[in-house]
Write a protein that binds this ligand. Sequence first.
Ligand code: ZN
Length: 84
Amino acid sequence: MSAAPRSIDCREAVERLYEYLDQELTPEVRAEVEHHLRSCAGCFRHFDFERAFLRFLEARARGRGAGPEVKQRILRELFGPEEA
Ligand SMILES: [Zn+2]
């Protein structure tokens, strides 16, 4: 049995969105992201958009071989330059 998911804020949810969509998260972190999405309409909308967008990209990538640099570029366009 696992404990209730830890609460994460919107920033953390957004940061994890791509790993979530890439299915790179541990079950614990997936639960945290899902928990946040259920309780935050803003992030849920964002998530829904990203999921549709990534599906579109994947479909294109299958035909044209887009690499990780494409995703990085899109991330930059969506969120601006990385804050270090
Ligand atoms: Zn949120």
